[in-house]
Design a protein around this ligand. Structure first.
Ligand code: GLA
Ligand code: ZN
Length: 669
């Protein structure tokens, strides 16, 4: 159990530099009133603290840090390198990115520095070092926040040269590159490293998100993720010269596509992330993102940002209903968060985020619904203290999430444009979520032996070693579930020959001969042995059992009567193969067979429409009981007679759980 903090940080992004001094004092007063104990500062202040190439001016930041220190407010100190100052881009235009269409950008916006610009690297590293030298010994700095929401891409000449260097170290020879990218196709054979160009709209790109050569495009993604990670490491190492121990993070974005977060997390002391669901995002999806963020380091994480009320950048920025922010915050803690932080503490007056919710609204007082809700939660968290910090979530189920697969599956041209990686993973996650069966989101190289059941839907790319580790897991008695579009390609997106699902053929006990693609209006159906039929769509594998038993078969079209879902025995374990996308109830039926057989149970051992999660400290279990269903719900029997530590009241059999109600029940281990 790792504890990065000795109290639950409660606060968020704070930009006093956008306001006159009188307002700062009001802020301090309002923060106390709301039990806010932490602020994230200096996220976008580069232009302020370095007004020109040769001058740094920390006077305002000194004042802000002094003020917060006096008020005993913790500081999450950002390095400001997420938005470049105008002078930097004007003097060194190569610090700005070149986009997918090949256009070099000018000064503007943020999150747009070329990660391979030596000038950007020099000044970003220098700024981080200066901040650490100046403030690194302040005990109120509880965390370093490098940059902000790394992401995006660059296609400039510096990136092109750096890509060639990256490729040389990976492949050594140009022949190896030709083989990996299958360049004989369309006669793209390369004879010299300098012939390699970045795969954007001017070269191999097809439309905005497809490619003629997935091999090069996937390598470019790996390279871009690594390039930005190098930026992170550069700042981190600069900070570490002066500050040896304060945890260092950068804020991630859940299932954000373009950074391999498992690789990133290895370089971070603690994962933090920004949670911005839309009005219609399923709660199961939010929970999956939290579990993924916890899974990155298999450790509790920080909620770096959420809005207390509404966003501005979605098409429909609905308000969080009364109680919703509280429920959502407890959901976050339930899945492993040790902090609750908002974007932002005071609503800005201009530019594109003036409609973004904040703890302090434009009215400027604490007399708002949102402020009252923030204060109430602040009181509760203060009361809770540090008992939950570092407490662990324990799961028998692991779901594999893999960025190489994410990129490769979605670059692929065919068989069905509607096939989306995260959507597939979520369908499997949702089954366990709906039953309150705890899930860990795990990397492809996780220690599988900890789990009873592993789900690896659309495991399209099977790299070296994966077959062996999955076989070992099942042989020893584990249950594996996989699906259509699995085992198809190697790490370079070249097909494993000899019939699908390639290296998983023996394990699954099936040979997939053809894959039918169904347009949204087209359906097939699958039939179980009791005659019960359900719809299916998207893709239909036409397969031949090679040792596997049929669980359900197609009930129409020319492949009527052939298997749609199968079960294979392998060693002491079992492998389920789901060859199509069945409607949720049918997938649930298949997953129920698998989960029962594997002995995976809900955290409270009974069905409930409430979300129930458990975290384990060294001495206690904490059950989080949250109503995200939209309707009143009965309390599960297992919880009657227990005390809700948030309100102090006893939960009785008659307790009706109102929408957005949240309880925490504590039990000695
Ligand atoms: C992101 C950024 C913040 C802010 C919020 C608005 O998460 O990190 O600076 O722009 O979005 O939702
Ligand atoms: Zn670049």
């Amino acid at each position: 159990m790792k504890k990065c903090f000795n109290k639950m940080l409660y606060g968020g992004d704070y930009n006093p530099n956008q306001w006159p001094r009188e307002i700062w004092q009001e802020d301090m007063h309002l923060f106390k009133q709301a039990n806010i104990n932490s602020t994230t500062i200096n996220v976008f202040s580069w232009a302020k603290i370095q007004p020109s190439e040769d001058t740094y001016d920390f006077s305002e930041l000194d004042e802000i840090i002094d003020m917060l220190t006096k008020e005993n407010i913790d500081i999450v100190l950002a390095t400001s390198t997420g938005a470049m100052p105008a002078w930097l881009v004007s003097k060194y235009p190569e610090t700005a990115r070149t986009d997918y269409e090949g256009r070099r950008h000018k000064f503007g916006q943020r999150h747009n520095a070329c990660p391979n610009s030596l000038v950007y690297q020099k000044y970003a590293g220098r700024l981080a070092a200066k901040l650490a030298e100046r403030y690194g010994s302040n005990p109120h700095i509880s965390c370093w926040h490098i940059n902000n929401e790394y992401g995006g891409e660059c296609y400039c000449e510096s990136c092109e040269s750096a890509f060639r260097v990256w490729l040389k170290s990976k492949y050594q020879t140009i022949e190896a590159i030709n083989k990996a990218w299958n360049t004989e196709f369309w006669g793209h054979t390369l004879y010299d490293w300098d012939e390699i160009v970045l795969p954007n709209a001017l070269s191999e790109g097809i439309g905005s998100d497809k490619t003629a050569f997935a091999g090069i495009s996937i390598d470019y993604r790996r390279f871009m993720s690594d390039s930005m990670l190098e930026n992170f490491k550069l700042e981190r190492d600069a900070i570490r010269i002066y500050d040896k121990q304060t945890p260092i993070t950068t804020n991630l974005m859940g299932t954000y596509k373009w950074l391999d977060y498992f690789k990133w997390a290895r370089e971070m002391d603690i994962v933090s992330w920004d949670n911005y669901p839309a009005y219609d995002t399923p709660w199961s999806y939010v929970a999956m993102c939290h579990d993924l963020m916890r899974g990155l380091k298999n450790q509790s994480f920080m909620l770096m940002e959420q809005t207390p009320s509404q966003q501005n950048w979605q098409p429909y920025n609905s308000l969080k209903r009364p109680g919703q922010m509280r429920a959502q915050s407890y959901q976050t803690i339930a899945h492993g968060a040790d902090t609750i932080q908002f974007f932002q503490l005071r609503r800005s007056i201009g530019a594109c985020e003036k409609f973004h919710g904040a703890v302090i609204a434009h009215v400027g007082t604490g007399n708002t619904r949102v402020f009252r809700e923030v204060s109430q939660l602040g009181d509760e968290l203060a009361e809770l203290g540090d008992q939950i910090i570092g407490a662990e979530n324990k799961s028998d189920v692991g779901i594999i999430f893999d960025w190489d697969n994410y990129w490769a599956l979605e670059y692929t041209s065919g068989p069905n444009a509607d096939l989306k990686y995260v959507d597939q993973i979520h369908q499997y996650y949702k089954y366990f979520y709906d039953r309150n069966i705890s899930v860990d989101m795990i990397p492809i190289d996780a220690d599988f032996s900890k789990y009873k059941l592993i789900a690896a839907p659309v495991l399209y790319m099977v790299m070296q070693g994966v077959r062996e580790s999955l076989e070992k897991f099942v042989e020893a008695g584990g249950t594996l579930i996989t699906s259509f579009m699995s085992g198809i390609v190697d790490q370079s997106d070249n097909v494993h020959l000899g019939g699908y699902p390639g290296p998983l053929r023996q394990l699954t006990g099936v040979w997939v001969e053809e894959i039918d693609a169904l347009a949204p209006e087209v359906h097939n159906s699958i039939k179980f042995s009791d005659g019960q039929e359900y719809m299916c769509g998207l893709l239909c594998d036409i397969m031949h059992p090679e040792g596997a038993k049929t669980i359900a078969e197609y009930s129409s079209d020319f492949y009527e009567g052939t298997p749609a879902a199968t079960l294979n025995s392998f060693g002491k374990g079992a492998v389920y193969y789901v060859g199509t996308q069945p409607e949720q109830a049918a997938l649930a039926r298949i997953l129920a067979i698998a989960a029962d057989q594997a002995g995976c149970k809900s955290v409270i051992g009974e069905d409930s429409n409430l979300e129930i999660t458990c975290r384990f400290s060294e001495v206690n279990k904490y059950y989080f009981i949250i109503n995200l269903s939209g309707d009143k719900q009965p309390l599960p029997k297992a919880c009657t007679g227990m005390i809700d530590i948030l309100s102090g009241s006893v939960l009785s059999a008659e307790t009706e759980v109102e929408p957005f109600s949240s309880f925490i029940v504590k039990e000695k281990i």
